[in-house]
Design a protein around this ligand. Structure first.
Ligand SMILES: Cc1cc2nc3c(=O)[nH]c(=O)nc-3n(C[C@H](O)[C@H](O)[C@H](O)COP(=O)(O)OP(=O)(O)OC[C@H]3O[C@@H](n4cnc5c(N)ncnc54)[C@H](O)[C@@H]3O)c2cc1C
Length: 414
């Protein structure tokens, strides 16, 4: 494979590896400040269906983040606003969660397939002059210099290795991050002893824009409205249960909530395993990580992509305010690992509640849910929509720290 020397025609402020939700969000945020950035994506075109339609819930804090960069409005045009959810037990309703009373600009969860979210992010980015997206470019390694970082990339169409240079490099390349590996950052975690099956169907339930959760003796069943008159169904299953039958999900939906789904209404069905991982440190030198490259949590609770959006904004706030260097990235690590830890704990709790099986454990869980939904009725909507996940602007934290170290006033308070 021929090697092309460092691309010297243009030096970038930041190179972003990965044009998933996190990478595209970060690129939009940097582009809003006019900083030249380059997004390098391995795939030649956005992936269709399942892979790119994993996440469907955009939480209120993410909508507020994206709104600061003009991206919420186009998303709101396409998505369904979920204002509430109903939790069902064996034969009765355990409780309801209403989001309308949230004291937030966006008192709802926006339901939108991840593929659409990513295409909106890509379209917004295409309007920017300072950002460039190149597809068919696979990151394979990096080299740190005193004043910059170089990314080695395989140009899949040309069959050549190219080198790009920037002040910073952001690894937004997902769970199997090559950036993380090249930076030598360890990723610890494991796999849950349970798996799930999800499918999208034409919606004939009459449930409108409500989400429904069924806590049954066979495990959890979730149902969320989708745009275009569709509904997402998600059921827990034993990891090594019976073969992955074509009609597995429809059968389980009938058993767990009594609704019959028609095969002709099915858009797609997929089985997946669930992981939990976290990176030991969010950066090394001039390289930082964001999104699934830094943390993997169970999708139950819908927090992975949303945590990636918050990572992206935290990274952008640091990079655009030029709070650079080892100490600044240290603050990024502290802020974002605290947030991811809180989200991961909630995901683990949701997994526990969702995967308990059998009459005894199911009855115990449902009784506890009944109590919590009533005793904590004011707190639960904020908890479920990630409004209580800790958020801190790392640029301000960094300047506070510098101010304290210098014995002077923090800069931002001047
Ligand atoms: C079934 C399921 C349901 C989910 N539901 C939700 C939900 O409702 N809400 C929620 O918040 N989260 C949800 N998640 C999690 C969410 O999908 C992820 O957190 C999100 O996709 C992370 O985005 P990312 O951009 O960080 O990583 P990714 O989406 O993995 O994107 C990484 C990108 O980097 C590219 N890439 C990888 N390696 C290289 C390389 N070497 N060179 C160049 N490019 C590279 C990839 O092609 C990809 O485009 C769900 C996950 C699953 C599995």
């Amino acid at each position: 494979m021929k090697e092309i020397g460092a691309n010297s025609t243009r030096d970038y402020h930041t190179i972003i590896i990965g044009a998933g939700a996190t990478g595209l969000a970060l690129a939009n945020m940097l582009a809003a400040s006019g900083l030249p950035c380059l997004v390098l994506e391995r795939e030649l075109s956005p992936a269709p269906s399942f892979r790119n339609s994993r996440a469907i819930g955009i939480m209120p804090p993410s909508l507020a983040i994206l709104d600061r960069y003009g991206i919420a409005e186009p998303l709101l045009r396409f998505g369904v606003r979920v204002h509430g959810a109903v939790a069902h037990g064996r034969r009765c309703v355990i409780g309801r969660i209403t989001l309308e009373r949230l004291t937030h600009r966006f008192p709802f969860v926006l339901s939108l397939p991840q593929a659409v979210t990513e295409s909106v992010l890509a379209e917004c980015l295409a309007k920017s002059r300072s950002a460039e997206v190149r597809r068919g470019m696979e990151f394979i390694g990096l080299r740190e210099r005193d004043d910059c970082v170089e990314a080695r990339v395989r140009n899949l169409a040309a069959g050549a290795i190219e080198t790009f240079r920037a002040r910073y490099l952001a690894g937004c390349d997902g769970m199997h991050s090559a950036v993380r590996e090249s930076a030598g950052l360890r990723f610890r975690g494991g796999i849950y002893p349970v798996s799930f099956c999800m499918a999208d169907y034409t919606d004939r339930t009459g449930w409108g824009d409500e989400a429904h959760f069924f806590f049954t003796e066979r495990g959890l069943l979730e149902s969320f409205p989708l745009p275009g008159g569709r509904r997402r169904w998600n059921v827990s299953r034993r990891p090594h249960g019976p073969t992955e039958a074509e009609n597995f999900l429809a059968r389980e939906v009938r058993r767990r909530c009594g609704i019959g789904l028609k095969p002709a209404d099915r858009v797609f069905q997929a089985f997946y395993r669930v992981y939990h991982y976290r990176v030991e440190r969010y950066y090394r030198g001039r390289v930082l990580l964001a999104g699934d490259a830094a943390h993997i949590m169970s999708p139950i609770g819908g927090q992975g992509m949303n945590t990636g959006f918050a990572d992206a904004e935290a990274a952008a706030l640091l990079l655009t305010r030029d709070a650079n260097g080892e100490k600044a990235f240290d603050v990024y690590h502290a802020c974002r690992s605290t947030a991811a830890r809180a989200a991961r704990r909630r995901a683990a709790l949701a997994m526990l509640a969702g995967t308990l099986r059998g009459r005894f454990f199911s009855a115990l869980r449902n009784s506890l849910l009944w109590i919590f939904l009533r005793a904590l009725s004011k707190k639960i909507p904020g908890y479920c929509t990630m409004l209580t996940i800790p958020w801190a602007d790392p640029a301000i934290r960094y300047r506070d720290r510098i101010g304290r170290t210098a014995g002077g006033k923090p800069e931002h308070s001047k």
